[in-house]
Design a protein around this ligand. Structure first.
Ligand code: SF4
Length: 355
């Protein structure tokens, strides 16, 4: 049995779980190809132009699976709410409806619903709906498979928390491995890069942002490197509470990083037309000013050019280097002043007499 999973949206958060879960039930996963310009324009052609870039990309991946990968079963969950009254945006909630209505082909759409704000629509019901259309209905078997899924997902989370880049952690986790590395941070500049996983780890969307930062001598920190407790404290810093499903990873992480003195600046990457992001970034911007943390917000859509993107990142990084240098010089001057005042006291005539 083969199911097609689009390499987009939830893939970047939950793929290790799906890999373990479906794999242990003998279901082969076929992933769509990596995002390309062609794939984006094919996906964009299916939906109205106001739709956010990640959803357009998702549609392109669905087409890729159906047209290029020869799959006729697509797995497209509807994640309504991930905890009590913590919701996804309407586009993610209605994702399978959108797929069903715009992709004019014959295929089986597996569309389980997870809605933790509703009774009887929790995780096990979601998992049941994930495999029941394939004829797997034995609850014990499903529960056992979910344990395998969690083992993969927990390995992934453990490695990202330890500081591994999520893309590397994903590759390592699905090989069934856990690698813990000792990491020295010799980078002159540290910045927090905040966005949804599907924006950051899709290299076409983020235009290889991590590589670009690395080349500029910048260490990028992401929300996956933080613990839930740290992000909850971050929400308090921003004086907000959870409403959106990704709010912990964006607002919570922002609050945590903005109060960390080792973080020199914050970079947010948002998709044009994203409602939740516009609200979250507005709050982050206000608090960045209050906490005097430099902030750069980059907005992307399918027309964003790489040259302008790089220029803004370079300018931001230059500013952080200058700011850091001037802080070092100021601190040095302060220290020299204190030292010379001390020397004046030590070597003043009175002190010499006293000595
Ligand atoms: S959260 Fe924003 S970027 Fe993500 S799917 Fe919803 S509208 Fe699009």
């Amino acid at each position: 049995m083969k199911i097609g999973i689009p390499r987009a949206l939830g893939y970047y958060n939950y793929y290790p779980f799906w890999f373990g879960f479906f794999g242990s039930l003998g279901i082969e996963i076929v992933l769509s190809d990596k995002t390309t310009k062609k794939l984006v324009s094919e996906g964009s052609a299916l939906v109205v132009s106001e739709t956010c870039l990640p959803v357009k990309i998702y549609m392109g991946h669905v087409l890729n699976l159906l047209n290029q990968k020869g799959v006729d079963i697509i797995y497209s969950p509807s994640i309504q709410s991930i905890d009590h009254k913590i919701y996804n945006c309407s586009k993610l909630r209605g994702l399978p409806d959108l797929v069903r209505n715009v992709v004019k082909k014959d295929f089986l759409l597996i569309e389980p619903t997870l809605d933790k704000s509703e009774k009887n629509q929790g995780l096990y019901q979601y998992l049941y709906e994930s495999v029941a259309p394939l004829g797997i209905t034995d609850k014990k078997t499903i529960k056992k498979a979910s344990k395998v899924g969690w083992a993969y997902q927990n390995n992934f989370t453990g490695m990202t928390r330890d500081g591994m880049h999520p893309a590397e952690a994903m590759e390592t986790a699905i090989k069934g491995k856990v690698v813990i590395k000792s990491r020295k941070n010799n980078y002159p500049i540290n910045i927090a890069v905040l966005s949804h996983g599907y924006n950051l780890y899709d290299n076409h969307v983020s235009m290889n942002i991590f590589k670009k930062l690395e080349n500029l001598g910048v260490k990028a920190h992401v929300s996956e490197n933080l613990s839930v407790e740290q992000m909850n404290e971050g929400l308090n810093v921003l004086n907000t509470s959870l409403y959106w499903a990704n709010e912990l990873e964006i607002s919570g992480a922002a609050g945590s990083f903005m109060t960390n003195k080792n973080i020199d600046g914050v970079l947010t990457l948002t998709a044009f037309g994203c409602g939740p992001d516009s609200l979250m970034v507005e709050r982050i911007t206000r608090y960045a000013k209050r906490l005097q943390k430099p902030l750069l917000n980059l907005t992307v859509d399918e027309h964003t050019g790489e040259a302008g993107f790089i220029t803004r990142i370079e300018a931001f990084t230059d500013m952080l280097y200058r700011r850091k240098r001037s802080n070092i010089v100021q601190n040095l001057n302060k220290q020299i002043k204190i030292d010379s005042e001390r020397q004046e006291v030590v070597y003043s005539r009175d002190n010499i007499v006293k000595v």
